[in-house]
Design a protein around this ligand. Structure first.
Ligand SMILES: [Zn+2]
Length: 412
């Protein structure tokens, strides 16, 4: 039976969002949270972008140390041979990729002024795919950007070529959030049945349907006999109106009527990690979680009306589809509270040792503490807010990795 997998793109689509971004340490922490949640793949960044290089390498190194497994870390790049060569020269240990190219006439005409034909699009994609395989890529997903505004005939031709050249999946991108659950179901099911290749669905919220479309697209792939990889972002943060929210999509797949029980997860999800992951992303992006956010909003389990409060006290199932404890709500604060001795870029070693002592982190000697404090100061310069306890512990545990994440030297 085909299964459902989650492929999170916060570290790619999320950080492309206007006005928002993450430091390399924050991106790394997010990969770790996603790994603990059971997310299959994190699209962890841009291997052709110079300032990402050390971060991408450091995260792959963590995996080599067996410290962040089994999540797959995949780089995103344009589907051109040049970009593939650049990616492997900058991040030689890259194993997983998604190669992206526009497939719609709108983009072919509007972006490339008609200088490129549909055949050129396929040729660029297949050559890039061949190059990725030659470089030793273990898995390659092919992204059809603007798939929802692409003729189905061309999408089939494009996907067939991808399969013939060894693609592992094709990503159906509803780049503009143009689909609705009915149209995406039909399109993805047809692709699944015709191409017989696992599919990804990538949905945006421009019409308020990112989660619904993801669910319907997933159903199309599964009914067509193929595994599906649902693209999500934490708290739905992504370009414009955002992407399908990770937690809401997991809940939709596992709790909604006629979906739960009928369709299966290909890889188990540890939902109890949801709360912490959402809280961290909110803190790192500096974007509060809306009060009515599915599952993790402040009001998601609040009952004020007399009838509802009475009903939920008698039996929570009267007014709740799932319990707050399933989501891991109520975990301790991300940043130490109480008397505040904050980590800061101008902090001293005494305050630092006190702060870390409360987290049961010890140091070999004064030099060891000073060395790690220096890394914490640099991390603070980048974050411009107190580091979370997990970030502080991470820096103390993996100082060599942290050093790489904090190093950024612009090319001459
Ligand atoms: Zn997107």
């Amino acid at each position: 039976m085909p299964g459902i997998y989650f492929l999170d793109v916060t570290n790619r689509d999320g950080v492309q969002t206007a006005r928002l971004g993450l430091s390399k340490l924050e991106k790394t922490m997010l990969n770790r949270y996603l790994n603990r949640m059971g997310v299959f793949q994190s699209e962890f960044g841009f291997p052709t972008t110079k300032h990402e290089s050390l971060y991408l390498q450091a995260n792959l190194e963590l995996q080599e140390m067996d410290k962040m497994r089994p999540i797959r870390l995949a780089g995103w790049l344009r589907a051109t041979v040049e970009d593939v060569h650049t990616a492997f020269s900058m991040v030689p240990k890259l194993k997983h990729l998604n190669l992206s190219i526009s497939t719609s006439q709108q983009m072919i005409q509007g972006k490339w002024g008609g200088r490129v034909t549909e055949d050129d699009v396929i040729a660029s994609m297949t050559k890039a795919l061949d190059a990725a395989k030659e470089h030793g890529a273990e898995s390659v997903g092919i992204n059809a950007e603007d798939a929802s505004r692409t003729s189905l005939d061309f999408l089939i031709k494009f996907s067939r070529a991808a399969k013939e050249h060894g693609a592992d999946r094709v990503r159906y991108c509803d780049t503009l959030g143009y689909d609705n659950p009915f149209t995406i179901y039909d399109a993805v099911k047809t692709l699944a049945e015709t191409i017989e290749l696992p599919l990804e669905v990538h949905c945006h919220g421009d019409l308020g349907m990112a989660v619904a479309n993801s669910l319907a697209g997933a159903k199309g792939a599964l009914d067509g006999g193929q595994d599906v990889y649902i693209n999500t972002t934490v708290n739905g943060i992504g370009e414009r109106a955002g992407n399908a929210d990770l937690v809401a999509t997991i809940l939709a797949v596992t709790k909604s009527r006629d979906f739960a029980g009928k369709y299966e997860l290909g890889k188990p999800i540890t939902l109890t990690r949801a709360w912490k992951t959402a809280q961290f992303a909110s803190y790192a992006f500096g974007v509060p979680i809306p009060i009515n956010q599915t599952g993790v909003g402040a009001n998601a389990f609040a009952h004020a009306s007399g009838i509802h409060a009475d009903g939920v006290l008698k039996d929570p199932e009267n007014y709740e589809l799932y319990s707050f404890s399933e989501l891991g709500r109520g975990e301790p604060e991300l940043v130490e509270t109480g008397r505040e001795i904050c980590s800061g870029e101008y902090g001293g070693v005494s305050g630092f040792r006190h702060l870390m002592g409360r987290m049961a982190v010890t140091f070999d000697d004064a030099d060891d503490a000073r060395e790690k404090l220096e890394l914490v100061r640099y991390a603070n310069v980048l974050a411009q807010k107190p580091l979370t306890t997990d970030e502080l512990k991470f820096i103390c545990k993996y100082p060599g990795i942290a050093r790489k994440l904090l190093t950024m030297v612009p090319p001459e």
